[in-house]
Design a protein around this ligand. Structure first.
Ligand code: PMP
Length: 428
């Protein structure tokens, strides 16, 4: 596969953009080699600047559950743009999207729109602190909640790939207010809460983790965490930036029967445009300015073009059979990938919930940060490049989730599995 135009662009980009990219994991540091630059994408397929085509299993890291350039979304946002790209004043679409969000996710009684997942999580933490009057927060090792200062402590995702457990620039005084516990370990939380529970504003968690690769919660783990939080007056914050509207219409909270105090959303809710949201209990959300004293704002918050895309996306997902189809596609890939790995004699652990999956290159179960770290990242890198060469675009890191979209059909599944057969053989 020829990548000469990508290489030339990357050389130019590195002169003017740190690392040549506008978000670290795009730089392929986790897999080696140079990133591919894309010129267009429709449905399940992306075309790079050299004309190579790939089935996309990244979906822009989650938003593109309907595939690229999904016509009803494109039409909705063009139509909205014609009426003006931003007003900096309220508009009807925001009310409609807020109502739809609350109707779809029953724990959300009031919601505030923002422009990214990071904004949503940062605002949710401030609100939890403001509401409880407590300063500490609890997060889970390897979970990623965006690039906000309070979260760059034992964070997964790009931080993990780069091997930066903390970031310079995050004051130690702030970082020490972020407590961490291993994912899938309730006893650790119990011990921590017994000691410090009264000082902890909230626990924030990825219900199904995507940012160490996919980790599945053990049966009862999330419910147990919710109970422990209630017992200690700690707000239970579910970060549904990846899982919201993806694992079920009502997100992971619907799937696992949870009722978080606050939830954060982005990715799917914006239909591929910059849009995030945080919401939850009415009494808590009423503390947000101007109704209450906890400040949060944004010039482009509730942007009419982003809102139009989000509404079109959520309406399309309401079609019957959506989540059954995503589950079916995920299951086909899971079974096929496992079979190809086994046939080639390559040990793998495949974690999947619905349309989120990760193939770990190790033969031991992966359920927390420590077990994820056992994966052979060099081997993943070779697999990644073999797949790329066969026209499949996987997340360029062992510690990221692959996302299946509804644009993937039987032909794309066959294409992915044929590529995997060659890729696994090349490793054996
Ligand atoms: N929370 C989770 C669970 C995420 O996966 C991400 C991004 N991958 C974020 C928050 C941050 O979202 P954004 O990149 O839109 O700021």
């Amino acid at each position: 596969m020829n990548h000469s135009h990508s290489k030339a662009l990357f050389a130019r980009a590195q002169e003017r953009i740190p690392g040549g990219v506008n978000s670290p994991v795009r730089a392929f540091r986790g897999v080696g080699g140079d990133p591919v630059f894309f010129r267009e994408a429709t449905g399940a397929w992306m075309t790079d600047v050299d004309g190579n085509r790939y089935v996309d299993l990244v979906g822009s890291w989650g938003p593109l559950i309907l595939g690229h350039a999904y016509p009803p979304i494109v039409e909705a946002l063009i139509e909205a743009a014609r009426r003006g790209t931003t007003y900096g004043a309220p508009a009807p679409g925001e009310v409609e999207l807020a109502e739809l969000l609350c109707a779809t996710v029953p724990s959300v009684e009031k919601v505030r729109l923002v422009s990214s997942g990071t904004e949503a999580t940062v605002a949710a933490i401030r609100l939890a602190r403001g509401f409880t009057g407590r300063d500490f927060i609890l997060k889970f090792e390897g979970c990623f909640h965006g690039a906000g200062d309070p979260f760059l402590v034992k964070a997964g995702s790009g931080v993990e790939t780069l091997g930066l457990p903390d970031s310079p620039g995050v004051p130690a005084a702030l970082a020490k207010l972020t407590l961490t516990a291993p994912y899938n370990d309730l006893e650790a939380v119990e011990r921590l809460f017994a000691e410090k529970g009264k000082e902890i504003a909230c626990a924030i968690i990825e219900p199904v983790v995507g940012n160490m690769g996919v980790l599945v919660p053990k049966p009862g783990y999330l419910q147990g965490l919710q109970e422990l939080c209630r017992k200690h007056g700690v707000l239970f914050v579910l970060d549904e930036v990846m899982t919201g509207f993806r694992l079920a219409r009502g997100g992971a909270q619907e799937l696992f029967g949870l009722k978080p105090d606050l939830s954060t959303f982005a990715k799917v809710v914006g239909g591929g445009m910059p849009l995030g949201a945080y919401g939850g209990r009415r009494d808590i959300m009423s503390k947000i300015a101007p109704e209450g004293p906890v400040y949060q704002s944004g010039t482009l918050s509730g942007n009419p073009v982003a809102v139009a895309a989000g509404l079109a996306c959520l309406k399309a997902l309401a079609a019957p059979g959506t989540y059954a189809r995503l589950e079916q596609l995920g299951a086909m890939l899971e079974q096929g990938l496992k079979a190809e790995a086994q046939a080639a004699g390559v040990p793998v652990t495949l974690n999947r919930v619905g349309s989120m999956l990760t193939l770990f290159f190790c033969d031991t179960p992966v359920y927390d940060y420590a077990s994820a770290k056992k994966a052979d990242t060099a081997r993943f890198g070779r697999f990644f490049h073999a797949m790329l060469n066969e026209g499949v675009y996987l997340p360029p890191s062992q510690f990221e989730a692959a996302f299946v979209s509804l644009a993937i059909g039987e032909a794309e599944v066959a294409h992915i599995l044929a590529a995997a057969r060659k890729a696994f053989r090349s490793l054996a």
